[in-house]
Design a protein around this ligand. Structure first.
Ligand code: MN3
Length: 248
């Protein structure tokens, strides 16, 4: 029936792949929904995902995060993930069309690596801003409920981010199975994930995120990252997903 495939079938396939890769509900141009959409980034057989622009000027987070690091990080590193994600989507579409999945391990890894990298970076940019503010509203209540206090959250988030082994991320997430907030360490992009959680706040602790300014002082970088968290965006995101429930 391959010749009868419609765009709707392709969309379903991409949606399932997105969920499998573990970035359901994440920000940016990735849409994990299985319903057909005309959103850019989900059209056509292969990948047409686009690099979202930085939501502020490249020097807007100075002096905490410098313009050069942000520019290279966004324009080179994040762009590379988008390119790799599209390549994987295209290769998987071709493999499905050809009925040849002999390279499925390779392309599944590529899909997860670049797809997760793209989604986490889109969220990382959105998480930061020049006028950060404080956690408020339901997010604040949930943080106090699940961590004891905002200070206790911050201590754990910094400790977890600093202690990521090698390259990876510190992640604040809404865990929908029991309906609470959790702080996770993600090694690389795609390992040690709880599938189905919706990340709310992520801190990139790959060296390229801080090395030009902070060299090996990751702890100093993470502490300064805390200063530029855009809590309004984190709250909005939490409000969007807080009703999500798995099983209890
Ligand atoms: Mn990065």
């Amino acid at each position: 029936m391959k010749d009868l495939w419609t765009r709707r079938d392709v969309m379903k396939g991409l949606g399932a792949a997105a969920v499998t890769a573990g970035f359901a509900g994440m920000a940016g141009t990735v849409h994990a929904s299985t319903k057909e959409t005309d959103e850019p980034g989900m059209q056509g057989l292969g990948g047409s995902c686009r690099l979202p622009p930085l939501p502020y000027a490249a020097d807007a987070l100075e002096p905490h995060l410098d313009r050069e690091t942000l520019t290279i990080h966004h324009d080179k590193h994040h762009a590379g993930y988008v390119k790799g994600f599209n390549t994987a989507l295209e290769a998987l579409a071709q493999a499905r069309a050809a009925g040849d999945h002999s390279m499925i391990k390779h392309w599944s890894r590529e899909l997860a690596f670049h797809g997760a990298g793209h989604a986490l970076h889109a969220l990382y940019w959105e998480n930061m801003g020049p006028d950060g503010g404080e956690p408020a509203g339901d997010l604040r209540k949930a943080m106090e409920r699940d961590f004891g206090s905002i200070a206790a959250f911050q201590d754990q988030f910094v400790a977890a981010s600093v202690a990521v082994e090698g390259s990876g991320w510190g992640v604040l997430a809404h865990e929908p199975y029991m309906g609470h907030l959790v702080i996770l360490q993600a090694e690389k992009h795609q390992d040690l994930a709880i599938w189905g959680v919706v990340p709310l706040l992520v801190c990139d602790v790959w060296e390229h995120a801080y090395y030009l300014k902070y060299q090996n002082r990751r702890a100093e970088y993470v502490k300064n990252f805390i200063q530029v968290i855009q809590w309004k965006a984190v709250s909005t995101r939490y409000d969007q997903v807080k009703g999500l429930k798995g099983y209890r």
